[in-house]
Design a protein around this ligand. Structure first.
Ligand code: SF4
Length: 360
């Protein structure tokens, strides 16, 4: 599988990333291919149906998967085999790289934390931990010193939208072509999705770009195309059947969605399911909480935002023991006795990544 590593601009101080440059293409009305079709593939059922539909349509297209480093192994395997099984174009992987952002953060920790009164043993531990792991999700969390949450949802932008933009979309647009970004969004999945348009002029640039740069990206001709917007679930599976492609095996194991495993907005049922069928995912997140806590000035970082927890009170201390992933797994096992809250509603409310179809 071809892979494009995209230098991150997390922290906002990095010089402009080096773009993959595309040959400039003349764009007259009679140019044979003024449009570039880019199909987002996540390994989920909807984006797989989208990929199969693009194959059926018969025009050339580029399929892209944004790798967060936080997927179930079955999803990686599924994506690696999909093109061959379906007889479609190879699926390109884009992946954010935080090496330089981490070097800047390490220098910042060593220079500023002691002056801010952070004990020297914690400064040294944080600086030692601040080394790239090659796992984009974890490296990003270390750079930020915290996990993403509803009010600071940097994961989609930094791990999906930016690599897609710098690695694929921007070079196409800078070459003078119009870009059609295919998104596997279906109306029946939620109210927010129902209101989305099937066809829409969009600005695909990352939200975290400096305002002027992002505004300037409106000059490009980029469109979102949601051809399966009116499809029902049965249509999605019928498309799989027609091509003899089984859906991602995680569905057969009870998952309702695939993607980050788990997502920071995972529902109660999803947390319980992951703990049951893949305890190693919980172990991994617990280890990440420990690493992120080590590079956080507060000394603690939890995967699910502690302030979303009904048991959290303003000004209260956040500890991994009380609000970390293990505590959430225990909560997920409760029925009526547990306090109820719906993180997925937050996911839909901040729908920027849904608009660009990046998170299922
Ligand atoms: S799936 Fe969830 S955790 Fe992953 S990038 Fe999207 S919002 Fe963030």
């Amino acid at each position: 599988m071809r892979e494009i590593i995209v230098d991150s601009f997390a922290g906002g101080k990095h010089p402009a990333p080096q773009f993959r440059t595309a040959r400039r293409v003349p764009t007259g009305r009679n140019h044979p291919q003024p449009w570039e079709h880019v199909v987002s593939v996540s390994g989920g059922k909807d984006s797989t149906a989208l990929y199969l539909l693009a194959i059926e349509r018969g025009m050339p297209f580029t399929a892209v998967f944004a790798d967060t480093g936080h997927e179930h192994p079955a999803t990686y395997e599924y994506i690696a085999q999909l093109a061959e099984r379906a007889g479609g174009p190879p699926i390109l992987t884009v992946k954010a790289d935080f090496t330089e952002a981490m070097a800047r953060k390490r220098a910042f920790i060593l220079a500023k934390w002691p002056a801010a009164g952070v004990p020297i043993d914690r400064v040294e531990r944080a600086a030692a931990l601040m080394r790239p792991t090659g796992i984009p999700f974890l490296d990003l969390v270390m750079v930020k010193g915290r996990f993403p949450g509803a009010k600071s949802r940097f994961c989609t932008d930094e791990l999906k939208i930016a690599p897609m933009w710098f690695g694929v979309q921007k070079p196409v647009l800078e070459a003078g072509r119009s870009l059609i970004s295919w998104q596997g969004v279906r109306a029946e999945e939620s109210l927010v999705r129902r209101q989305m348009l099937r066809w829409q002029r969009v600005n695909l640039a990352p939200f975290s770009l400096p305002k002027r740069e992002r505004e300037a990206a409106w000059a490009f001709r980029a469109y979102t195309y949601r051809p399966i917007h009116s499809w029902l679930l049965a249509d999605v599976f019928a498309m799989h059947d027609r091509h003899g492609i089984a859906p991602n095996p995680l569905y057969a194991r009870g998952a309702e969605r695939v993607g980050c495993w788990p997502c920071i907005f995972a529902k109660k049922d999803e947390i319980r399911l992951i703990a049951q069928i893949d305890p190693s995912a919980i172990d991994r997140v617990e280890e990440w909480e420990s690493i992120a806590g080590g590079v956080s000035k507060r000394g603690a970082a939890t995967f699910f935002c502690a302030t979303d927890d009904p048991l959290y009170h303003d000004g209260g201390t956040v500890t991994a023991e009380q609000f970390g992933i293990r505590a959430r797994v225990e909560w997920s096992k409760t029925t009526r006795g547990g306090v109820q809250y719906d993180l997925m509603a937050r996911f839909e409310a901040g729908a920027s990544c849904l608009e660009v179809g990046q998170c299922e």
